[in-house]
Design a protein around this ligand. Sequence first.
Ligand SMILES: *Cc1c(COP(=O)(O)O)cnc(C)c1O
Length: 235
Amino acid sequence: MELEQKLQTVKARIAAAALRAGRDPEEIVLCAATKVQTDDTIRAAIAAGVEVCGENRVQELCAHLENDAYAGAKQVHFIGHLQTNKVNKVVGRVELIHSVDSLHLLEAIEKQAQKLGIVQDILLQVNIGSEQSKGGVEPEELEAIARTVVQMDHVRLRGLMAIPPVAHELGANTHYFVKMRQLFIDIKAKVDHNESDMNCLSMGMSGDYEDAIAQGATLIRVGTALFGPRPAPQA
Ligand SMILES: *Cc1c(COP(=O)(O)O)cnc(C)c1O
C-alpha cells in the first residue's frame, strides 16, 4: 500500500530528526493535511495509522464530518484561514484551531465557545515571513493578543503556528523556525501561568518538517509527503 509506505517513511524521518536534535520522537505529533482528499483517502490514512487530520477549508471539514470520514482518528484540527462568519461551523467540532490570526476572529471564537459551554483550544498564527499574502499576527503584535487570549474563559491558548515561505532547499527555512522557537519561549514566559497549557509549536510541512523538528516543532502539518502532489487549485 503506497499510502502506508509513505506514512512509515514520514514517521521514520520524524523519529530520526527528533533523535538528531536530542528529542523524544513521541513529542512530535504528525497532523495529516487532508485538503482536497476524498473521504475514502482519509479513511485509508486513518486505517494506515494517521491519528490527527488537519483540515484547511471549512466546506471540506463539514463534508468529511457529515460523512464520518474521520472515524477512528484521535483528533481533527483546523489549519486554514478561518473567516469570522464561519466560526460556528468549526468551534467545538475540532480539537485545535491552528490559524487564529486576529482579535476579531478570537472574539468570535470566544463567543461561539461560550454559547456551546466549551473551551476551544487554539494556536496563534504568526506571520513569520512578514509576507503580505500570508495571514498571521505580526511578531510585534503577538504579546498583546496573547495577553488577551489568556483572559478569555472559553478559549485556551496552546501555542503558536507559522507557515513560512515555501522552502526550495533543505535548511532554507531554518532561520524562520529559529525565530518561531524564540517567540514561543518568550510568549510562554510572559503569558503562560500554567506551564502545561502552552506546549504546541506548529511548524513544518512536507518540504521542511525535519528542519522544523530540529528547532522544536511539536506539531508538523504534512500533506504532499503522505498523499502525493495536489492538483493545482481551480481558477
Ligand atoms: C496544505 C497545508 C499543509 C501541508 O502542505 P504540504 O506541503 O503538502 O505538506 C500544511 N499547513 C497548511 C496550513 C496547509 O494548508
